[in-house]
Design a binder for this molecule. Sequence first.
Ligand code: HEC
Length: 155
Amino acid sequence: MGNRFENEQSVPKGAGKRLIIILVSIILLFQLITIDKTNPPYDKKDQIQAPKPIMNILKRSCWDCHSNDTIWPWYANIAPFSWTISRHVKVGRQYVNFSIWNTYTPEQKDKKLTAIYKSVHTAMPLSSYTQIHKKAILTKQDRDMLRSWTGKSPF
Ligand code: HEC
């Protein structure tokens, strides 16, 4: 009889080690896929102008993805996080870029303001971001201020 584990087929010695080596190699290979972490220059006069309290909220909660002044965290250098972060910034800038706000046409601005009105309710800032950047979480007061600044209404 003996120990019942004796008969069980055990994982060959060294397999765990090999698995770890393979995983580490994959993660290292990931690092070869680099990303664009650019903060393109822009003309200060194109940056959005809003009352100070609004600017403070935008800078605190939106700036990293919706401006050309992104503060890239250290983990933005590490794949696979780097891929997600750079995609968020790239796509975020495509939707709304506060650094080049004044290059938008009045119609574009109008649409974006409506989108801001809607998105600050729940979608923005992205929750994956606020989990790490607690300061970016919008309070009800922040949301109300942003919404009334957009001049939009739910109807
Ligand atoms: C972590 C990055 C990130 C942050 C921070 C962030 N956004 Fe976004 N934003 C995105 C991405 C990515 C998109 C593209 C659409 C999507 O993924 O939902 C987007 C889309 C938008 C849109 C367009 C939505 C549409 O449907 O047209 C608006 C408006 C917007 N964001 C406003 C804001 C505002 C206002 C803040 C700050 C309160 C903010 N975002 C913070 C990443 C971010």
